[in-house]
Ligand binder design. Structure first.
Ligand code: V0V
Ligand code: CO
Length: 147
């Protein structure tokens, strides 16, 4: 069901400052930036590697306000790992399968994610305390995965 680790999401107060840190410390490159109003975040994807069906990334997340998932997380826990995202071949199918096995799927339908992906979240309380995201990479129609 899981093809790869798509990304690790890291909550931060200052996106630009964290991007600069990851770029200069690890020679990583930002391949996408997006403001996602629906998810309440401003985010950047730093490319790690390409894998089967898509790439793997670090996702840096700055909240758009305090009353958002990342805003609440920062207030409660401070900066740190916010979620882990797994690549799946078909997010709607994975939501049905996983939901049928007793894990709460937080989204009724797939949402728009970064880099044109389709995403859905699994409740951290059903996932050993880890907010978990399912990611279906966009169908680009060519062999180059990821972006
Ligand atoms: C909250 N909790 C977490 C957590 N966020 N535990 C682990 N990791 C997290 N990130 C715990 C929290 O400590 C509480 O536990 C409990 O869950 C309820 O939290 P809350 O603060 O009362 O907040 P809720 O219930 O209003 O919302 C929590 C959930 C929410 C997870 C339901 O954040 C959510 O729907 N998240 C999914 C959307 C999201 O995170 N979007 C931002 C990333 P205690 O204290 O009661 O024990 S967007 C993204 O990744 C994109 C766009 C992408 O990849 O493309
Ligand atoms: Co994410």
């Amino acid at each position: 069901m899981f093809m790869r680790i798509d990304h690790v999401g890291i909550a931060c107060h200052d996106l630009e400052e964290k991007i600069a840190f990851f770029e200069r410390t690890f020679d990583l490159t930002v391949v996408a930036r997006e403001t996602n109003e629906e998810q309440g975040v401003k985010e950047a994807m730093l490319h790690i590697a390409d894998g089967e069906g898509g790439g793997s990334y670090i996702q840096l997340l700055e909240p758009l306000g305090p009353d958002t998932p990342v805003g609440k997380f920062l207030a409660k826990r401070g900066e740190g790992v916010h979620h882990v995202a797994f690549g799946v071949p078909d997010v709607a199918e994975a939501m049905r399968e996983i939901g049928g096995r007793g894990v709460r799927v937080l989204d009724a339908e797939p949402r728009h994610g970064t880099l044109g992906s389709s995403i859905a979240f699994l409740h951290p309380k059903d996932m050993g305390g880890v907010l978990t995201e399912l990611v279906q990479a966009p169908d680009t129609g060519d062999a180059a995965p990821g972006h």
